[in-house]
Design a protein around this ligand. Structure first.
Ligand code: BGP
Length: 469
């Protein structure tokens, strides 16, 4: 029999959510609008109502956490519940709501792991340029400071969720509002401004001597060359530079290395543009780089990249109809679907080795990485609801592969402290609506009843025994 891998005894097993995807109640108790509210209504495909109604169901979900040995809940605070317009007057009902959630966490013995911004900038600021507008960075920093002052119950803070997908979904692929496509200047400006905003929030947290830990959550998906041809290797290096190295350099060095910048500049030049950064931003970023406590990694898949020098073109699979996506970016490359690698219905490659490669690479390239939490990982799947029984073997298989990679990386000396499955319960998916389910708990979106899937029992066993079965 093959020997089973283990996890450290104090390894945190969590479940992840995000305010807009779980809470529902998008207009309740003084919450301000976000761009998504109007954009989804205009599209008419689906909305974030009622999502998983976490706004009311949180006691149920936290009880489930306790029952299924889920140590920690990754959640986010909705900026527009606290400041309906992004700044100015505080909405006390919103503040009270999160105090109630944190009190319930305490009651159920669940550690809150809180993101300050998860794709939901208040609409007034979003319409005013979101993070392309540096005035909005000031508003973000003030909001973060408010959270540190107010929510003393929280020990773990993440400034942002997934800076790269914010920048690229908004300004490259255009699958998020404001649906701008192939604007590389906006992409790089947004990445930089958000990293600068992150740094300033970290510095405020440290200067204010707040107790707890602070980090940032990056979406990191390895980029491999599709072949060993020189130009494919270079295409993968460019894709990596923009999507991984740019962010990790900023996080851990406080500035972009010459190698990263040369590749990013090459991408910009191929798109007839360039970006300048204010030298003074790097002062805040270098300071933050030495005091960031942890890195959160969201990883679902890996990519294989080949040379591409024609016009940019995107095919987005937002329906779960296999084989409908393609990704070709001028100046970067083309991401190729490899026939020999399994994929889910949304064409996401299932390749747990990628997570191992990523973890050991971070340790090698950024020795001051602190510690790592896997803050999202999971399988989007059309779960079969059979009289309340949900046999989600493919999800268990996916988790097993990724947990084995984490265990191997820990053996190789990478300090991975915990794991949060995306998602705790089924939630609303930004660009896919409700048929792409990820949860350990199936949500009937009509009745809001929760049903544990087979994977929830598997997860409980791993959490209790720290053995990967
Ligand atoms: C990450 C986001 C999550 C979640 C997840 C799954 O990018 O942080 O909010 O949505 O991806 O993505 P999707 O819902 O598109 O399948």
């Amino acid at each position: 029999m093959k020997e089973m891998r283990t996890l450290p005894k104090d390894f945190i097993m969590g479940g992840a959510t995000a305010a807009y995807q779980a809470e529902g109640a998008t207009k309740l108790d003084g919450k301000g609008l976000v761009a998504w509210d109007t954009w989804l209504e205009e599209k008419g495909r689906y909305t974030a109502e009622p999502a998983s109604d976490f706004y009311h169901q949180y006691p149920v979900d936290l009880k489930l956490c306790r029952k299924f040995k889920i140590d920690s809940l990754r959640m986010s605070i909705a900026w527009s519940r606290i400041f309906p317009n992004g700044y100015g007057e505080v909405n006390q009902a919103g503040v009270d709501y999160y105090h109630r959630v944190f009190a319930e966490c305490k009651k159920q013995g669940v550690i809150p792991f809180v993101t300050i911004h998860h794709f939901d900038t208040p609409k007034t600021l979003f319409d005013n340029g979101d993070f392309l507008n540096r005035e909005n960075v000031e508003h973000f920093v003030n909001y973060a400071k408010f959270c540190f002052e107010e929510f003393k119950e929280v020990h773990y803070w993440s400034t942002f969720n997934e800076i790269y997908p914010v920048a690229t979904n908004q300004y490259l692929t255009g699958i998020f509002p404001p649906e701008i496509k192939f604007d590389l200047k906006k992409v790089v400006t947004c990445l930089h401004n958000m990293m600068w905003a992150h740094a300033r929030a970290v510095n405020i947290f440290k200067e204010g001597n707040y107790s707890g830990e602070i980090g940032v959550v990056h979406s990191l998906e390895p980029k491999y060359p599709y072949s060993q041809a020189k130009e494919d290797i270079h295409a993968a290096a460019k894709d990596d530079a923009l999507s991984i190295a740019f962010l990790l350099d900023a996080t851990y060095k406080g500035r972009y290395s010459d190698k990263t910048m040369a590749l990013v500049n090459e991408i910009l030049a191929a798109n007839d543009t360039q970006v300048e950064f204010a030298e003074s931003d790097f002062i805040a970023m270098e300071k933050a780089a030495t005091q960031t406590d942890f890195l959160g990694i969201n990883n679902y898949q890996s990519h294989w990249v080949q040379h591409y020098d024609k016009e940019s073109a995107i095919g987005f699979n937002g329906t779960g109809e296999k084989g409908t996506s393609f990704y070709r970016i001028k100046g970067i490359g083309e991401r190729i679907q490899r026939d020999d690698i399994p994929k889910n219905d949304w064409d996401w490659a299932i390749y747990p080795e990628g997570l191992y490669d990523l973890l050991v690479r971070i340790k090698a390239d950024y020795p001051n990485y602190g510690k790592i939490y896997i803050t999202e990982n999971g399988l989007g799947f059309k779960d079969n609801f059979n009289d309340g029984v949900i046999m989600d073997e493919p999800r268990i298989e996916y988790l097993r592969g990724n947990f084995n990679s984490i265990s191997k990386a820990i053996d190789a000396g990478v300090d991975v402290k915990g794991y949060f499955i995306w998602s705790l319960m089924d939630v609303f998916s930004w660009a896919n609506g409700y048929n792409k389910r990820y949860g350990l708990f199936y949500v009937d979106f009509e009745t809001q009843k929760r049903y544990p899937k087979e994977s929830a029992y598997w997860y409980k066993f791993v959490s209790e025994n720290k053995v990967i079965i």
